[in-house]
Design a protein around this ligand. Structure first.
Ligand code: HEM
Length: 160
């Protein structure tokens, strides 16, 4: 029988997947692309003074926050269900940074719902910039889980 004092094995299976492909890895490209693009779109608004970019930032911030929550729910299911994922400190570091990212993402979206243009300088840009930084750290830690710890890559028959 497995015991919590056992050494953590290298590699784990995945609990939320389509035909063996981890669903979290399929979902995360959406929030990553949206949340990085909000900052680029804010810069475009600042440079061109065209309201189009303020509306673009509003939609990107909303898409980033909602797709991030969807990815986060799936990631949390992995964390809670797969024992050898939740035993890894790296998984909890990724979780904490991801929750910070989602909080900043929701705040950035909420701020823009009233007047999308007035919200950009300075608070919108500050939140978008912070979002890019947190996407980088969360993505790096997520990559560490997959490429170093080999989380989610084993087939069920390879499990320890
Ligand atoms: C909020 C809770 C989250 C939890 C608990 C979580 C958990 C995990 C876990 C367990 C993995 C390993 C792969 C797997 O088992 O599917 C992973 C990978 C990853 N996560 Fe998260 N995650 C969360 C949110 C996010 C968010 C919001 C992002 C980015 C916007 C993100 C980006 C990544 C990336 C880039 C990988 C590597 C995927 C790959 O290259 O295959 N995660 N995450």
């Amino acid at each position: 029988m497995k015991h919590y004092a056992d050494p953590i094995p290298h590699g784990t299976t995945t609990s939320v997947h389509f035909f063996g492909h981890p669903a979290h890895a399929m979902l995360v490209p959406f929030p990553i692309a949206f949340l990085v693009s909000v900052f680029a779109s804010d810069l475009a608004w600042w440079y061109f003074s065209d309201p189009f970019w303020a509306r673009m930032s509003l939609w990107l911030a909303g898409g980033g926050a909602l797709s991030g929550i969807a990815a986060g729910l799936v990631g949390t299911a992995e964390l809670l269900v797969v024992r050898d994922i939740r035993r890894r400190a790296a998984a909890w570091s990724h979780f904490v940074v991801a929750v910070m990212l989602l909080s900043v993402g929701m705040a950035n979206w909420g701020l823009r719902l009233g007047d999308a243009e007035a919200a950009i300088v300075p608070m919108g840009m500050y939140l978008s910039g912070l979002g890019v930084l947190l996407v980088g750290v969360a993505g790096w830690l997520g990559g560490t889980l997959v490429f170093e710890h080999r989380v989610g890559v084993l087939n069920e028959d390879e499990e320890d």
